[in-house]
Ligand binder design. Structure first.
Ligand SMILES: C[S@@+](CC[C@H](N)C(=O)[O-])C[C@H]1O[C@@H](n2cnc3c(N)ncnc32)[C@H](O)[C@@H]1O
Length: 312
């Protein structure tokens, strides 16, 4: 069954103020940013002058930056005083996780967090907690959670806050260092940091017979391992998921596959997981859907799809 999920309105440090005309206007803590959003194929609700009045900085896509930079490269144009780096806290009224994230204006329009992912953080926290509690009762080892393509680590922090033994992997050393800062500021410690190609690592873990009770992955359309290994979603995703099936424990587990590129549908993601895991029917713990943001005028902006599965 496909569902649509949004971050909780009680997360006070983030808001999508408006969207439209290929842009989004967002508040991260005290600062308002405008950046390109190719999926916002409708009119803005606020007049252009209001965007200009509210915004601290606006991302201007660069021209002629070559193929890799075509979509995302550019520069931030400051309109009002703001720092290059600042912190926001993820916290809601619910029983979910709380952690701190450093934000920064990067050359690729990203700021260090994908706010639409908040429902995944809640799922990770809830399921990890259940596994940790069960392991405690049974005097079993602390559950291991693996986060691949882990970026600045919000999902890793959610799993760590719930008490898991967390492995965080990304191919870029700078983002792993960034995730480490987030861990420290959040008052957490003990995450295992790995700078490696995700596919290479997963295959090695499968060969060694190492398993994890929770696996999270959010792969991009294209990417590179630290030694030039090429990641191409269309070509490697199914192989990756078959490898994941080998390193996820057969029971007492959870999986999150998040996809935000190539226009994959939730059903496509679901079929990929079902086939990779050799599932005959859709089990009750399998769900898929879309992650979206709701702007303050009620316009829903879909940003990624997810497939989640848990087995007890
Ligand atoms: C958009 S991010 C994922 C976002 C993240 N899950 C979150 O919500 O914060 C994709 C990440 O994949 C990493 N990446 C790209 N190719 C990779 C590869 N071959 N192996 C490991 N990580 C890779 C990038 O460095 C980037 O941090």
């Amino acid at each position: 069954m496909s569902t649509i999920e949004f971050p909780s309105a009680s997360w006070k440090n983030y808001a999508l103020l408006d969207s439209g005309a290929g842009e989004k206007l967002e508040r991260f803590g005290d600062y308002v940013l405008a950046r390109p959003e190719p999926r916002a194929l409708w009119d803005k609700s606020l007049p252009e002058e209001e965007w200009s009045r509210l915004v601290h900085t606006r991302f201007a896509p660069g021209a002629g930056l070559g193929r890799a930079g075509k979509e995302d490269s550019g520069t931030w144009k400051r309109r009002r005083k703001m720092p290059d780096r600042w912190w926001i806290r993820y916290e809601t009224d619910g029983a979910g996780p709380a952690f701190d994230l450093r934000l920064g204006l990067t050359a690729f329009k990203h700021v260090g967090v994908f706010p639409e992912q908040a429902p995944n953080w809640e799922y990770i926290y809830r399921h990890t907690k259940a596994l940790v509690n069960k392991a405690r009762q049974e005097r079993a080892p602390v559950p291991r959670v693996l986060n691949l393509f882990a970026y600045t680590g919000a999902a890793s922090l959610a799993a760590k806050a719930a008490g898991a033994d967390v492995t965080h992997l990304d191919s870029l050393r700078q983002v792993v260092t960034w995730a480490h800062e987030n861990q420290e500021r959040s008052g957490l410690d003990g995450i295992r940091w790995i700078v490696e190609d995700a596919m290479k690592f997963a295959r090695r873990e499968a060969r060694r017979g190492n398993t994890y009770q929770g696996i999270i992955l959010d792969p991009p359309a294209y990417g590179h391992g630290p030694n030039g290994e090429r990641w191409k979603l269309d070509e490697l995703l199914f192989d990756m998921m078959k490898t994941i099936a080998a390193i996820l424990t057969p029971s007492d587990n959870f999986l999150i596959l998040n996809l935000y590129s190539n226009g994959y549908s939730a059903l496509q993601g679901e079929t990929i997981v079902k086939e990779a895991f050799g599932l005959q029917a859709v089990p009750s713990g399998l769900e898929s859907g879309e992650l979206a943001l709701l702007d303050s005028f009620g316009k829903a902006l879909p940003l990624s799809i997810f497939v989640r599965m848990f087995r007890s």
